[in-house]
Design a protein around this ligand. Structure first.
Ligand SMILES: *Cc1c(COP(=O)(O)O)cnc(C)c1O
Length: 473
């Protein structure tokens, strides 16, 4: 499969290979990479995947996206087995993404069985091994750089620690990530892992990272690589659990619906990809917290940013959903001029509006709900009372939206709502809702006593650059 940019207006558009795309991150024109065509998962093909282990389904679903000269189908299956297979020990449930029944209408898809107990592990563990494989093939080394408000950094470190051909440097805002999130990053003992606690906010971290990538000389010296959610390889890897969940609930012969707690639109776009490939997904429900740019968009047709307000589900405190551009590209019949036009509007005015017919098609593809902090707390309480299960605040946002949607459409297909993090990761909100907190899973047991390694750095790009040159030899 070759990839093209959502904003490339040259004719014909320039395409790049999977292996170049994986290391490139964003396209040079500012667009996001998309596969040139969509693979087709026929009903017959899907039926052959029923009862198959997660690793086998992953290798089958992902092959059309990534098999090529640098990655054969056999090598892909080996990587999938090394990540998701029963002997890998990376996920603490053999199903990788197990389903739990909430009631007759709703099930929960648990995505927190990886090393950092949040869903980003599912894709990043795979991406880390794909990096390793491609770097060995090409005899190259890279420096992975990322900014994090918590979850992505720890998942990326867990995925890229011990890589022989990569250093990973993660910037987090000093004092502004939770203790568990910080320790998950700073206690990793691998010599290729470096943590910067930047004296600033998450936005400062992100603009530092942008400046680093904009420095051509530094890039050439160190082969900087990004691991943020605009990397297509993460999205495609996430589409796999929508396939396994559908198959477990009678797919492809029975449709299901999904509710996805959403920030950057990455995870819900992965669901859309599964649907485009042929998985019978009826409704795709977007669940947002009080940072509700997406529900406002799906109510009005206007995408307009607002100030980010901290909520009980911090990983969704976002007012620019970067991956939405990928959906726009699809919605606008893959017309890069139309995408450029809207993204330019958005950049200059902070808003764009779809035409009524385009908007009508968008509201057929997705439904969106806003869930505020009080409702999040009540959702944690209601779910505990009804099932005895403790859900994290992000999951609770989804659960509330799922219940609302099912109440409105009682005859709709079974609803699967995503459990994006383990409740132990957000002890303060759980305590507030339920009066107690849940222990960290055993695998993280000694997290609170391990030695931390972290370098505090002032908000000064030259100091950051010197530090990075110093460690990334
Ligand atoms: C990252 C994250 C989200 C948001 O996912 P997107 O792909 O940005 O929509 C939701 N919940 C948790 C726990 C996360 O870590």
């Amino acid at each position: 499969m070759d990839y093209l940019s959502t904003r490339d207006i040259s004719a014909p558009p320039k395409t790049i290979s999977f292996s170049d795309m994986v290391f490139a991150g964003m396209a040079p024109d500012g667009g996001l990479y998309m596969p040139q065509t969509w693979p087709d998962l026929s009903p017959d093909m899907l039926r052959t995947l029923r009862e198959q282990p997660y690793a086998v389904v992953a290798a089958k679903v992902l092959a059309p996206f990534c098999v090529g000269p640098d990655l054969t189908a056999d090598e892909l299956l080996k990587i999938a087995e090394a990540v998701y297979g029963p002997r890998s020990g990376i996920f603490d449930d053999p199903a990788v993404a197990p389903l739990r029944r909430i009631n007759d209408q709703i099930s929960m898809l648990e995505l927190f069985h990886g090393p950092t107990i949040a869903f980003k592990d599912v894709a990043l563990q795979f991406l880390g091994r794909v990096f390793d494989h491609l770097l060995a093939k090409q005899n190259r080394t890279i420096t992975i750089i990322g900014a994090t408000s918590g979850d992505t950094g720890s998942a990326a470190i867990a995925a890229c620690a011990h890589m022989k051909r990569a250093n990973i440097i993660i910037l987090h805002p000093a004092g502004r990530v939770s203790e568990i999130q910080r320790r998950q990053m700073t206690t990793n003992p691998s010599p290729n892992v470096f943590n910067i606690a930047l004296d600033g906010t998450f936005d400062d971290c992100q603009s530092m990272v942008k400046e680093l990538f904009a420095d051509r000389k530094l890039n050439d010296e160190l082969n900087l690589t990004a691991v943020n959610s605009i990397n297509w390889a993460r999205i495609m890897a996430q589409s796999v659990y929508y396939v396994t969940a559908s198959l477990a609930l009678g797919g492809p012969d029975t449709p299901v619906s999904f509710t996805v707690p959403t920030g950057n639109f990455g995870n819900v776009f992965a669901a859309y990809v599964a649907r485009v490939m042929g998985v019978p997904i009826h409704d795709l429900v977007i669940a947002s917290n009080r940072n509700d740019i997406l529900p406002r968009f799906f109510a009005t047709g206007e995408m307009a940013t607002d100030k980010v307000t901290p909520s009980y589900s911090p990983s969704m405190d976002i007012q620019i959903s970067s991956n939405f551009e990928r959906y726009l590209f699809e919605l606008l019949h893959r017309d890069p001029r139309a995408v450029n036009f809207l993204m330019t509007e958005f950049k200059s005015k902070g808003a764009f509006r779809l035409t009524p017919p385009d908007f009508a098609r968008a509201t057929k593809a997705f439904t969106a709900y806003r869930v505020d902090d009080d409702e999040t707390i009540r959702s944690i309480q209601d779910t505990y009372e009804a099932t005895g299960m403790v859900i994290d605040p992000h999951t609770a946002v989804g659960m509330r939206a799922a219940r609302e949607h099912v109440a409105k459409h009682p005859d709709g297909p079974h609803m699967v709502t995503l459990a994006c993090a383990h409740p132990a990761k957000f002890p303060d909100v759980i305590k507030k809702a339920l009066g107690f907190s849940v222990p960290l899973p055993d695998r993280l047991g000694n997290l609170m006593s391990l030695t931390e390694r972290v370098t505090p750095i002032r908000k000064d790009i030259n100091i950051v650059k010197n530090y990075i040159r110093g460690v990334a030899r």
